[in-house]
Design a protein around this ligand. Structure first.
Ligand SMILES: Cc1cc2nc3c(=O)[nH]c(=O)nc-3n(C[C@H](O)[C@H](O)[C@H](O)COP(=O)(O)O)c2cc1C
Length: 171
């Protein structure tokens, strides 16, 4: 698929069939995340690949809203950044996330970004990060940017072709 077509085809897919995704495709997606550029090439982003249905079910509560479909996903990847390694861990993780989403799009796999940084979990006074740390068990120096859910699409969306010309400022 041409790059222009790929970025138009990329949409947030939140409904998934029960079809499994092959190990080969999971590896291709995570590899894309690892190939993303990073600040000073420090590669601060790390990837927790979650295939266990029980864990996906628990993770559904990582946000008070906007994560309810996680238990339907074939797998998900929590992208955590080593904040002691790089001050630009947010950017590093974000790039890894979008690379994974584009790789999934090319493979015909649906995905959705679930924002966790600065968000609250379904439990009062528990942040999304605290909640995920409890479920996934990552160390304090790792900060959670987002979780990307993946699955075979059970919804169809039009390619994204509309662009807001007024957001372009040429001087
Ligand atoms: C930084 C960021 C955070 C997002 N957080 C969520 C989220 O928590 N839950 C969700 O369902 N979608 C989330 N999305 C998906 C957006 O809602 C989606 O990208 C937007 O509505 C445009 O739709 P599209 O991706 O189909 O083009 C997020 C997307 C981005 C880039």
């Amino acid at each position: 698929m041409e790059f222009t077509q790929l970025i138009e085809k990329r949409r947030s897919i939140r409904k998934y069939t029960s079809e499994a995704i092959s190990e080969d495709n999971i590896k291709k997606i995570v590899r894309a995340g690892l190939l993303a550029p990073s600040s000073r090439n420090l590669k601060s982003a790390e990837f927790i690949v979650i295939k266990d249905k029980e864990i996906l079910k628990k993770l559904k509560g990582v946000k008070s809203a906007g994560s309810g479909f996680l238990d339907q996903a074939a797998f998900a990847v929590a992208v955590i950044g080593d904040s002691e390694k790089a001050d630009a861990w947010i950017e590093d993780c974000s790039l890894a996330l979008i690379y994974m989403q584009l790789a999934a799009t090319e493979l015909g796999i649906g995905s959705c970004w679930i924002q966790c940084r600065l968000r609250q979990s379904s439990i009062e006074n528990v942040s999304s990060e605290q909640y995920a740390r409890e479920v996934l068990g990552f160390a304090d120096n790792y900060r959670l940017e987002a979780i990307m859910s993946f699955g075979m699409p059970d919804e169809e969306k039009e390619p994204c072709t509309k662009i807001d010309e007024d957001k372009i400022h040429i001087i």
